[in-house]
Design a protein around this ligand. Structure first.
Ligand SMILES: CC(=O)N[C@H]1[C@@H](OP(=O)(O)OP(=O)(O)OC[C@H]2O[C@@H](n3ccc(=O)[nH]c3=O)[C@H](O)[C@@H]2O)O[C@H](CO)[C@@H](O)[C@@H]1O
Ligand SMILES: C=C(OP(=O)(O)O)C(=O)O
Length: 442
């Protein structure tokens, strides 16, 4: 067995789940806060960070450029200490090219260098994901980027500062974060319009406030930021729970017809998903609200109640927050496969992601790919075990895994690196609820 061989999962399906499971903190807030830690000359401690491959890639990149990262023994707390001077000449290119997060190094690094180069972004294969909105936003801070031969060549003219509100050309999450990084170390005030108010952006704002940055409008689409030229603080921050993991666990309960309690669900970011599920007949109990360790995000515990589902009347489609989260959309495919009737799922956002949902046909779902953005799913599925190659995209990969939990017999999901990119010990944690998943290498 070679440690470089792809990791696979063997799933013995058809088992009901029971018990309770905590939602862990989000991948997307983790990577935003990791990048933000580069703005701080002091020591940042990110508490209860998701221990996932995406975080590992970023810590590899950070370590390679002289930013020290250290897991505090016996915890999931990560300490990050930047050096006096970052050294990009030693950057771990292999790690950098495996993630899209490298794009979010642009904002922090523009405060350190007048010119630099970064390897191009990688990550899930979801079709073209433009970087132009990032470049448009950062141009207001004097950044010019030329993409050439696999690198972004970056020039920064510090005399250029935003003279009017920055209007983002897309309400993207990471572009909003890059604009926040740029504004955080600019002593003047920056206004960002058409900002994303999604969960990871809110987490980043709360963290930047801890660093001394003033931000008005958190949770809205207009952010007013007053930065500080130098940040040198020893701070700790607790990123909040992952609404996408919460949705994944609800889908796990639905496909296995199980009653489980999902604790620490960030309810503000799940309300529309739950409203649609209710329309489909999903029943659940919800606890009183309590507060995440970040001091802001509202959490609840949800207990799922198994019962019949029917297809919703209207198509299901995502929108920027407060719409249905684009990363939660794929889970509706496996849920729709459990419901009576036809459900239309429309992923207008990603060029490729809906296509991967077609893989559900291999385990017995009826999925019609109508065009690259729309799938029609006809339920209820007659689940059957199969061997499937994991799609090269995180959420569709998990969707197939969850479908396999419903398939009587033994299924195999091959090459699941993408799942580990965004989920921590998902197999073990589902096993603790009664699933039967074994990981193996060939
Ligand atoms: C690390 C992180 O936080 N990643 C999230 C972030 O990625 P990220 O911010 O990188 O998302 P992208 O910039 O790739 O946007 C996703 C796609 O949507 C398109 N688009 C986006 C916004 C918009 O208003 N109009 C539009 O057309 C983009 O062109 C792109 O094709 O946001 C995505 C969309 O919520 C999520 O799937 C990712 O999990
Ligand atoms: C698409 C996703 O993330 P990323 O931006 O890291 O590819 C995701 O989380 O599903």
């Amino acid at each position: 067995m070679s440690s470089n061989a792809p990791l696979n999962l063997r799933i013995i399906g058809g088992k009901q789940l029971s018990g309770s499971i905590d939602v862990r903190t989000s991948k997307n807030a983790a990577v935003a806060c990791l990048c933000a830690a580069m703005l701080n000359k002091g020591r940042t401690t990110l508490r209860n960070l998701a221990r996932i491959e995406e975080v590992n890639r970023i810590t590899e990149v950070l370590d390679s450029i002289g930013v020290q990262t250290r897991w505090l023994p016996g915890t999931s707390d990560l300490e990050i200490t930047p050096p006096a001077k970052i050294d990009l000449s030693t950057i771990d290119e292999v790690a950098a090219r495996r993630t899209r997060t490298i794009l979010m190094f642009l904002g922090p690094l523009m405060h350190e260098f007048d010119s630099f180069e970064l390897p191009n972004a990688g990550g899930c294969d979801l079709g073209a994901r433009t970087v132009e909105p990032h470049l448009h936003a950062l141009r207001a801070f004097g950044m010019e980027v030329v993409a050439k031969d696999g690198y972004y060549n970056v020039e920064v003219n510090n005399s250029i500062r935003p003279t009017k509100p920055i209007v983002l050309i897309e309400r993207g999450d990471t572009v909003t974060e890059n604009a926040l990084f740029a504004a955080a170390r600019y002593e003047g005030t920056t206004i960002i319009r058409n900002a994303s108010s999604n969960y990871m952006v809110q987490d980043l704002c709360f963290f930047l406030e801890k660093l001394g940055v003033t931000i008005e409008g958190i949770g809205t689409t207009t952010l007013k930021i007053t930065g500080v030229a130098e940040i040198n603080e020893d701070v700790e921050y607790f990123p909040s729970e992952d609404p996408i993991e919460a949705m994944s666990l609800i889908a796990a309960a639905i496909v296995t017809k199980s009653e489980i309690t999902i604790k620490r669900v960030p309810i503000e970011f799940m309300e529309i998903e739950l409203a649609i599920l209710e329309e489909m007949g999903f029943q659940y109990e919800m606890s009183d609200e309590y507060t995440s360790d970040n001091g802001f995000t509202r959490l609840v515990d949800i207990t799922t109640k198994p019962g019949p589902l029917k297809a919703p009347t209207d198509k299901i489609h995502p929108l920027p927050f407060p719409g249905l989260n684009i990363d939660n959309l794929p889970f509706f495919a496996v849920i729709a496969a459990c419901a009576e009737g036809k459900t239309l799922i429309h992923d207008w956002v990603y060029e490729n992601r809906a296509i991967y949902l077609n893989e559900l046909t291999k385990i017995g779902a009826t999925v019609h790919l109508m065009d690259p953005h729309r799938v029609m799913i006809e339920g209820p599925a007659k689940w059957r075990a199969a061997e499937v190659m994991c799609p090269p995209a995180l959420r569709p990969g998990v969707v197939i895994l969850l479908g396999m939990l419903a398939c009587p017999g033994t299924s195999t999901l091959r090459n699941i690196y993408v799942i580990n990119r965004g989920y921590e010990e998902l197999d073990d944690r589902l096993n603790a609820l009664g699933a039967d998943i074994t990981s193996f290498q060939d």
